[in-house]
Ligand binder design. Structure first.
Ligand code: P5A
Length: 445
């Protein structure tokens, strides 16, 4: 993409309404525009990151054996009357009437609708296990929408629902989600710690929230600092192997890590003092096992191997897709702007032409741009007729992890400069070597 033809409305001034750094940088970098309290347009740069995050979420769900579908944003109220949640949900639910005076709502979550789909089409244990998920907009009329996409009213969620014949299989589905979430967050450059939590309006006995530590997080969390060292890394996990999946979950949930709702002072005090941490965290996901809560209320049953009819065992599992942009920025920025991890960056690399209009510089930039494209890497090429300082400031603000700087002086010596946004370290090399270096970095992601 050539910046002269792109739509990147960066702001020079700090927007007064933004209280936290991620909100400030998302507005300044021209990623989002507020349209009403807690409701945003996704401008091109923000939209690219949102799509990257969605892509990673999809890949890891499919890897775990989960199946994508798409349910609508609008739902009939009657479904929610069946589960009893139509009245329970209160003012957080946006209720709408259509022209026939039928009661509708903008879905805050989809347990009822997926149960309705299940009961219409599945009746035998032979069709299980089954996990269906979608990535769809939700609406919750939050009392205090704030911090930009962090606590929106309209927000994008990945929500998945497992259907299993018995409790043991449903717990395996719960564990599978935990492992797939760990991998998902790691690919985004995040450390998200699973913490024992409270199930709130979704209901159920077993639930973990995934928290990214950040001073601006809305949840107070208590944990053993050793938990922050755990990494899934590249190990291959066989998602069908119950013991192996349970083993990974055990590794990640044995050390003390809880939100304030489930915090236990006595257990906490048993941790060696130097490892006892109280901090704040951003909830980027939550998984629930709730058994037959919805299937019983809504008549979703399966016939088991011995011929008996039982309500299907279920759980639901959510990732805050749009919130993740804010969480990643909170975890990865400096005073100049965002520092995107390679896994989610809107463009893999930026090209800065220090002297637009100079024949050699223009030709070298075009060459780099094409050579990167040939390797599947779409660079953001700053081809505007601007001062070098302004170009660097824009690149630093929007946070592309790598920058190639091209100027007549370097070219006279046959070199361009490759700079890491994270470390600020620059290295001179030939344009060909620069392309190979960037391609190598992304080949390893
Ligand atoms: C699990 C999937 C559920 O709704 N039902 C379907 C279950 N869980 S949840 O914890 O309530 O939400 C899942 C994740 O969505 C994000 N989230 C939000 N993001 C932005 N703005 C909001 N107002 C908001 N509310 C929830 C969180 O990341 C949460 O973990």
């Amino acid at each position: 993409m050539r910046l002269s033809r792109y739509f990147l409305p960066v702001l020079k001034e700090n927007p007064a309404e933004a209280q936290i750094v991620s909100h400030r940088y998302m507005l300044r970098a021209g990623m989002i525009k507020q349209q009403a309290a807690g409701i945003y347009s996704w401008l091109p740069l923000g939209y690219r990151v949102l799509k990257r995050i969605e892509q990673i979420v999809h890949e890891e769900q499919v890897r775990a054996g989960h199946i994508p579908l798409l349910m609508p944003t609008l739902q009939p109220a009657d479904l929610w009357r069946e589960s009893g949640r139509y009245d329970d949900y209160g003012q957080e639910m946006l209720r709408i009437k259509d022209r026939q005076d039928r009661e509708m709502l903008y879905g805050p979550t989809n347990e009822e609708m997926i149960t309705d789909i299940f009961r219409a089409h599945v009746s035998s244990y032979k069709d299980l296990p089954l996990t269906l998920y979608h990535i769809q907009w939700k609406f919750r009329d939050e009392m205090r929408p704030r911090f930009g996409v962090m606590r929106g009213r309209e927000f994008l969620m990945k929500d998945g629902y497992n259907f299993d014949v018995d409790r043991a299989s449903a717990l395996h589905a719960y564990n599978r989600h935990m492992v797939s979430y760990l991998r998902t967050y790691e690919r985004m450059g995040l450390t998200a710690i699973p913490m024992r939590a409270d199930s709130g309006p979704i209901g159920g006995d077993d639930t973990h929230e995934f928290l990214v530590l950040a001073a601006t997080g809305e949840s107070e969390v208590f944990f053993d600092s050793a938990v922050t060292e755990l990494k899934l890394g590249n190990r291959a996990v066989d998602y069908d192997n119950r013991d192996e999946v349970a083993g990974v979950c055990k590794e990640f949930t044995t050390l003390y890590a809880r939100t304030d709702e489930t915090h236990d002072e006595a257990l906490f005090n048993a941790i060696p003092e130097e490892r006892r941490k109280v901090a704040r965290g951003i909830e980027v996901g939550q998984i629930f096992y709730f058994g037959t809560k919805y299937s019983e209320a809504m008549g979703a049953t399966v016939v088991t191997a011995d011929g008996s009819k039982v309500p299907v065992e279920m759980g639901s599992h959510g990732i805050g897709v749009s919130r993740l942009l804010g969480a990643i920025i909170e975890a990865s920025h400096d005073d100049k702007g965002i520092i995107w991890p390679e896994g989610v960056t809107p463009f893999p690399v930026g090209i800065v032409n220090l002297k637009q209009g100079d024949g050699a510089a223009d030709a070298a930039c075009e060459g780099l741009y094409k050579a990167l494209a040939a390797k599947g890497l779409e660079a953001l090429y700053d081809d505007r007729d601007e001062r070098a300082g302004a170009k660097f400031a824009t690149m630093d603000l929007i946070g592309l992890p790598w920058r190639i700087t091209v100027g007549p002086r370097g070219l006279a010596n046959g070199v361009v400069e490759v700079t890491s946004r994270r470390t600020g370290v620059s290295e001179e090399m030939s344009p060909e070597a620069a392309v190979d270096r960037i391609a190598q970095i992304y080949a390893e992601i």
